[in-house]
Every structure is written in structure tokens, then in C-alpha cells.
Design a protein around this ligand. Structure first.
Ligand code: ADP
Ligand code: MG
Length: 381
């Protein structure tokens, strides 16, 4: 979704007595120094680093608020580094939602008018839609208040409603909880988690390591360079993979019972799983796979069953336990490219050696909808 290639951003070093804002000896500040970075669609990236390390500069460049001095910035397949200011505006309106630490609300416009102003820049104003956006962030009853009549947390939620009005695929948040109390921080983070579940790509600057941990990955900037990078908790991820796998097989075999007599939950607890109900009888928790969870479970199952096929058909392994053990390892380590290569090599098999269906992948030329039908068909068999 976001591809940054060798990007540098120079600012002229301000020198005393010069007054032009330009340096006279050719020195300048490297706010970003030959940075390359890739953010996948639906990924949540957090950026940390000391003050002045280039975090806001990076976010502003991704957000088409500014252009790099050199390098390329690809957003959703388009290089925005060299396009005109008018085009930059259009890309920003279409693809980007901004959440700033300083909320940047217009002080003499009410909450709903601030949201409508964003609509105006995007397409057409629609008060009903703007009011609905405010309701979604829990501000339905504050629509006609001025920013000065709202708390910091409420102003940040207006800012979020405004960011969402164009249904952006990329959300950029520069210290979104920097000025908030604990309760409002919780609300804002819950909204970000929801956007992540909806499959939006999020780039978030934060000083708080606990907040950073909500992301899929964290990078740290020092002096305009990426100093370190951390992908969060492989072990946890693998455990989750196991749970997803089990849920998938249960659903495939029609073994998840219908829920009766339940109380709905509202908060998502994980990007892959969402509690939907708890039975008032015995307190059993009922969870549902989110679209991301379903996609992820499907791809783990695909890796596992393709590995089984590979070991059985091509490597002629015959010990059931050995095959199972190896497949359990492979399901965690196969890259999407390697998985597609194995699938193609095996001639896109539709079932594992035990006859269970293999969810089709991008290489199979079958849409995931027909993949779902395939599973429906096996289930009704
Ligand atoms: P961070 O968000 O990590 O605190 P910034 O991206 O805001 O850092 O700034 C990185 C460096 O670039 C700093 O040295 C800052 O002073 C400089 N800088 C940022 N914006 C400008 C600007 N508009 N003009 C000149 N220098 C700037
Ligand atoms: Mg900053």
C-alpha cells in the first residue's frame, strides 16, 4: 500500500544573520536520510523515535502534505513524489485520513461543520452523513458544539470523524493520543483498532511503547534513518494461528453450534477474532472470525494442506506423524510467494491427502468467493 524508496527530505538550515531562511554554505538538515520502507495493505505500523528524528516529516510525506527532496513514494500503485500540487491534493482527499496531535479544527465551525468541511474538499457536503460520522465516534449529541466547548478527547474524536469521511484506505496518526487523558486514549485506540479490523492501512507515530505494541510492526527513527525495527511477538502470532486453524476446521465440519439467548459484545478484542456473545446459561464465550481472521485462517490452512500434499506426493514421505509434524512447521514459515510456487508446482491441488479442501490462493485463478463456495459444498456433503 505504501512503498518508500530511498527518500530524503532536506530542510535549509536556518542561520543567524542570514534572514532568508536559506543557508549560505550549502549545509541543510536531513530530516529524512535515504529511507526505504514498505507498508503492506492492512498493516498497522507504529513509528517511534526521539523528538526531531523525522517522524512527522515521514508521515507528512506519506500524507501528500509535502514532497521529498529525492526518492520515490508509491501509494496504492502511484508514485506521488513528483506529481503536481493539484494531483497531490486529489490523492490526499481520496486515500488519506489524518489524525493529528493538534486537532486542527476550525475554531468558529461546529463539530458537524468541521466534518462537513472535509466532505466539501472531498466531494459534496451532506449534513446527515457528517452527523452519522460523529455518532460513530460517540459524539452524536455534540454535533453543534464549537471546538472550544468540547474536551480534548472529544475534539480528537471530531478529528477522527473528519478523517473517516472520505472512507480512506490509509490512516495517518501523528501522536493521536499525545494530548489525551487515559479514558479518551482508550476510546481513540479502540477506534484505531476498529479501522485496522476494517482492513485500513495505519501509520501511527507514538511516544508510548504500550500504544506502539498495538501495531503489527514498529520502526524507530534516529536522525532521519530507520535505526531499528521490531515485528511483534512471533510466539503469540503462532498461538493465534493455531486457534484460527482449529476454528476453521470446526466451521468446515459444521461443528460450531448456533448461539441462543445471548448478550452482544461491542468491543473487538483482536484483529482476527471478535467476541459476539456470551451465553447467559453457562457463560460460554462465542467468538466470530473477522474478515481478516477468516482470510488469515484460510491462508494458514492452505499452507498446511499444501505442505501435506508436497510431502506426500513429491517427497513420498509416508509416516503420517512425520508429515503432520513437518506441515505444522511449514504453515508458519512459508512466505506467500513460496506458497504460490508450491501450489503451482503441485498443479493447484484442490484437496489435501485426507480429502479436505485447500482454500485457493491468488495463483489458482479462482476468486475467494468460489473458494468459500467450495467449502460450503464440502460442508453440505
Ligand atoms: P519529529 O516529528 O520526529 O519530532 P520532525 O519530522 O518534525 O521530527 O523534524 C525533523 C527535523 O526536521 C527536525 O530537525 C526539525 O527541526 C526539522 N524540520 C521539520 N520541519 C521543518 C520545516 N518546515 N522547516 C525546517 N526544518 C524543519
Ligand atoms: Mg512530530
Amino acid at each position: 500500500m505504501i512503498q518508500i524508496k530511498d527518500v530524503t527530505k532536506l530542510y535549509p538550515a536556518k542561520e543567524s544573520g542570514n534572514g532568508t531562511g536559506k543557508d549560505n554554505n550549502g549545509s541543510s538538515i536531513h530530516a529524512l536520510d535515504h529511507i526505504s520502507l514498505h507498508v503492506a495493505q492492512g498493516e498497522w505500523l507504529s513509528i517511534m523515535g526521539p523528538s526531531g528524528s523525522g517522524k512527522s516529516t515521514l508521515v507528512n510525506l506519506i500524507g501528500c502534505l509535502d514532497r521529498p527532496s529525492s526518492g520515490e513514494i508509491w501509494l496504492d500503485g502511484q508514485n506521488v513524489a513528483g506529481i503536481s500540487a493539484a494531483e497531490l491534493n486529489r490523492v490526499r482527499c481520496e486515500k488519506i485520513g489524518f489524525i493529528f496531535q493538534q486537532f486542527h479544527l476550525i475554531p468558529f465551525l461546529t463539530a458537524v461543520e468541521n466534518v462537513m468541511l472535509a466532505q466539501y474538499f472531498h466531494s459534496m457536503t451532506d449534513q446527515k452523513e457528517a452527523a452519522e460520522a460523529l455518532t460513530r465516534v460517540g459524539l452524536g449529541d455534540r454535533a453543534h458544539h464549537l471546538p472550544s466547548q468540547l474536551s480534548g478527547g472529544e475534539q480528537q474524536r471530531v478529528c477522527i470523524a473528519r478523517a473517516l469521511i472520505n472512507d480512506p484506505r490509509i490512516i495517518l496518526a501523528d501522536e493521536p493520543t499525545g494530548n489525551l487523558d487515559a479514558q479518551n486514549e482508550e476510546i481513540v485506540l479502540r477506534l484505531l483498532r476498529e479501522f485496522h479490523l476494517q482492513g485500513r492501512t495505519i501509520v501511527m507515530v507514538t511516544h508510548d511503547p504500550v500504544v506502539a505494541r498495538l501495531a503489527d510492526r514498529r520502526i524507530e527513527l534516529h536522525h532521519g534513518k530507520i535505526a531499528s525495527q521490531e515485528i511483534f511477538s512471533m510466539a503469540d502470532e503462532e498461538q493465534l494461528d493455531e486457534v484460527l486453524e482449529e476454528l476453521w476446521v470446526l466451521a468446515e465440519n459444521g461443528e460450531i453450534a448456533e448461539a441462543h439467548d445471548h448478550k452482544p459484545f461491542v468491543n473487538p478484542c483482536h484483529e482476527a477474532l471478535k467476541p459476539v456473545a456470551v451465553s447467559s446459561g453457562d457463560g460460554t464465550l462465542i467468538v466470530e472470525l473477522t474478515p481478516r481472521g477468516r482470510e488469515r485462517a484460510g491462508s494458514i490452512i492452505r499452507r498446511h494442506r499444501l505442505a501435506e500434499r508436497l510431502f506426500t506426493d513429491s517427497l513420498a514421505m509416508d509416516s503420517e506423524t512425520e508429515i503432520e509434524q513437518q506441515a505444522c512447521k511449514f504453515e508458519h514459515i512459508l512466505s506467500p510467494e513460496a506458497t504460490d510456487k508450491i501450489c503451482t508446482f503441485l498443479g493447484h491441488p484442490r484437496t489435501c491427502p485426507h480429502g479436505a479442501p485447500i482454500p485457493p490462493g491468488p495463483c489458482c485463478g479462482i476468486s475467494s468467493a468460489s473458494g468459500a463456495r467450495l467449502i460450503e459444498a464440502t460442508r453440505s456433503k
